[in-house]
Design a protein around this ligand. Structure first.
Ligand code: ZN
Ligand code: ZN
Length: 349
């Protein structure tokens, strides 16, 4: 099969023919139709990832995939050749205490597609434990729509709806209008919240408005905390940091009203694992909650898929660029420069 192979960190991926994946009894081999290029791929390409297998080379990245089932292992019950499917990037074993309590995203034996095993920057992929970790894609959801649901959309959905416990009518500030941030804007808006999007790029803020933000703040020109306090007359009920920079973590926490909740969705590239200082006296006095959010557990998938199927969410609107696998290195180069808005998807392998 054709693949873009990571041979050395921070060096161009090598596009070449590699051995086809091997089918296991509990696995499924997919022919891929769309693979999103995500900031997490960029982090992995740079060598920032800390999962045990993330630094093995050579390796195939890519974790936002949809495709068609080509081969099924002998133990597979839920899928057959020709099925359209979507792949969640965090996969559980289904048996550890966290999976049993419905929190597959923090499974003791969690497997991250494209990190712990070869991912979707290739024409084909093998998904282990597929009956648990693969979902049927309804006919009216395109592969392009589905490509962002395996990572950004599901990450934003879990962060805003579950960890953020969002309620209709809430003021919600969202720092960062990249893939996860824009997904969060769309989801929070669909759930009836009033969203304020914060970014330093006017082009990204324009997209946030298109996705439903009722107000935008360019934090290069304005003090975001003051602007949010003024717009909301006191602060947001929920604030999401979709960036992971110490300034945005702090600003997000300081944008909250009393009893507000901060959700950390953005991963830090800080070499100290994101170690950052926080205003603990304010957190104490305001009874602020500071909550982590990582991907989305498998049981939340059907709800997200239904919202897309019914037209409440349009993940495909995030896609601003379709590329061939051969052009993947340019997509990483754009991420180095933090240029471009929206999402790039590989649709030709
Ligand atoms: Zn991702
Ligand atoms: Zn588990």
């Amino acid at each position: 099969m054709k693949a873009a192979v990571l041979k050395a960190f921070n060096q161009p991926l090598v596009i070449k023919e590699v051995a086809d994946p091997t089918l296991t009894p509990d696995g499924v081999i997919l022919k891929l139709e769309a693979t999103g290029v995500c900031r997490s791929d960029w982090h992995a390409w740079q060598g920032h990832m800390t999962t045990p297998n993330a630094n093995m080379l050579p390796h195939i990245l890519g974790h936002e995939m949809s495709g068609i089932v080509e081969e099924v292992g002998k133990n597979i019950k839920n899928f057959k050749k020709g099925d359209r499917v979507i792949v969640p990037f965090n996969q559980g074993d289904g048996v550890c205490p966290y999976c049993v309590s419905g929190r597959h995203n923090i499974c003791d034996n969690r497997q991250m597609v494209g990190l712990d095993f070869n991912g979707g920057f290739a024409s084909h992929i093998h998904i282990p434990n597929a009956d648990l970790n693969l979902f049927h894609l309804p006919e009216n959801i395109s592969f392009l729509d589905a490509s962002s649901m395996g990572c950004r959309f599901m990450t934003a959905y879990h962060g805003v709806m579950t960890q953020g416990n969002l309620k209709a009518g809430d003021w919600v500030s969202i720092y960062g209008s990249g893939g996860v941030g824009l997904s969060a804007v769309q989801i929070a808006t669909a759930a009836g919240a009033n969203v304020i999007a914060v970014d330093i790029g006017d082009d990204k803020l324009e997209l946030a408005k298109k996705f439903g933000a009722v107000a935008t703040v360019n934090s290069k020109r304005e003090n975001a905390i003051e602007a949010i306090k003024e717009i909301t007359k006191g602060g947001s009920r929920l604030s999401v940091d979709a960036i992971g920079h110490q300034d945005t973590v702090l600003s997000s926490v300081m944008s909250l009203q009393k009893g507000g909740r901060h959700v950390q969705l953005g991963m830090s590239s800080n070499p100290k694992g994101g170690l950052t200082s926080l205003p603990i006296n304010l957190i104490l006095a305001y009874e602020i909650e500071f909550i982590g959010s990582c991907g989305m557990p498998v049981p939340e998938y059907p709800k997200l898929i239904r919202m897309v199927e019914m037209g409440h969410l349009q993940p495909g609107k995030l896609v601003t660029k379709k590329i061939a696998l051969d052009e993947i290195n340019q997509a990483f180069e754009d991420m180095n420069q933090y240029t471009g808005s929206g999402m790039t998807v590989v649709t030709k392998y």
